[in-house]
Write a protein that binds this ligand. Structure first.
Ligand code: ZN
Length: 340
């Protein structure tokens, strides 16, 4: 019997006010021909040595049992179904109506009723396929208030964007494996695409002259390196390589395609250059204060100089001096970075 919390209250077991313990007890019950193990929560009265549960606890314990059963059967749990619905920012009744189910179906699935395999498959598809949700939503457009339709539509769009970035993350991980990039090459940090995206947007939100991919790459490197110098960890988990045109992140071609980044292609001479622009109403959510400080310091120092000048400054960095063409630029040289 594990005590989860205690509360001073009126106890219905002994009919007195005292400190009541809430305890967690492992239960084994048979449900639909299967044995299920789950943790139930009860009130415990030390006076009478009795366990009890009120209506709310009864419901929660029942859901805990059914969630344990669902897990055993590989079905989505009530929590997962709730989370799925939250992603689309939709009510229980409205989601049920989009799926052509009875109005209370989702409400029941989020509590006491275990969904059958067919409904479970539909919910799982919804979890992975926001485009399919959009198709279903479009069929209900005529009978739905426009404001609500747009709310769900936008939520689905946001899910699509996130999926696109997860895909990019996978591609970059594959690239790192191919190029045998180890964790130290990436500044002792796992690649974090959300942070990469945020750092790109954060830098783009500053007044940086001609923020093309080449210059952006150098600023990323400086900020990652500076943070490594101070904390033995890079910000983004990006690994950098020495190119003809200077230091570039490995997989730099993916940076311009991230869903939340505002990057436009511009014809420059014979080729195309990628220009980073600021994103409206951008607020950083993933970057820590220390990380922001590093980026600010780098941007302040280099924002008004050209890529050419920045390249020249970089050639004086020992990391650049000690790295051959096509080699990975090691974070080991961060200690001697020209920014303190
Ligand atoms: Zn009592």
């Amino acid at each position: 019997m594990k005590i989860v919390r205690k509360q001073y209250k009126f106890c219905y077991s002994c009919m007195k006010e005292h400190e009541v313990s809430y305890v967690q007890i492992e239960q084994h019950v048979k449900y639909l021909n299967d044995w299920v193990r789950y943790d139930a929560i009860y009130e415990y009265c030390g006076e009478t040595d009795c366990l009890s549960e009120d209506t709310k606890m009864l419901g929660e314990n029942d859901t805990a049992m059914k969630d344990a059963y669902r897990k055993q059967k590989g079905l989505m749990t009530s929590t997962e179904i709730k989370a799925l619905r939250k992603q689309y920012q939709i009510s229980q009744a409205e989601l049920a109506s989009i799926l052509g189910w009875g109005a209370k179906t989702i409400t029941r699935y989020e509590t006491y009723q275990v969904q059958d395999a067919a409904h479970d498959n539909i919910l799982k598809r919804l979890q992975q396929d926001p485009q399919w949700f959009m198709e279903l939503l479009a069929k209900r457009q005529d009978v739905m208030a426009h404001r609500r339709y747009m709310k769900y539509y936008n939520a689905a769009c946001e899910m699509c964007s996130k999926q696109k970035n997860r895909y990019t993350e996978k591609m970059m991980h594959t690239l790192y494996l191919e190029k045998q990039v180890n964790k130290m090459d990436a500044g002792n940090t796992n690649l974090d695409i959300d942070k990469v995206e945020e750092m790109l947007n954060y830098i783009a939100s500053k007044e940086v002259a001609a923020l093309y991919l080449l210059k952006m790459s150098k600023l990323l490197w400086y900020a990652d390196c500076l943070h490594y110098k101070r904390n033995q960890q890079s910000i983004t988990g990006l690994a950098y390589r020495m190119h003809q045109l200077g230091v570039m992140p490995i997989g730099y071609e993916y940076l311009t395609t991230l869903s939340g980044v505002n990057c436009v292609d511009q014809e420059v001479g014979d080729g195309i250059s990628h220009l980073f622009l600021s994103v409206e109403k951008f607020v950083p959510k993933h970057l820590t204060q220390q990380e922001v400080q590093c980026i600010d310091q780098v941007v302040e120092r280099f924002q008004s100089i050209s890529n050419q000048e920045l390249s020249e400054k970089m050639t004086r960095e020992s990391a650049v001096q000690n790295t051959q063409l096509n080699e990975i630029v090691s974070y080991e040289y961060a200690d001697s970075l020209s920014i303190a």
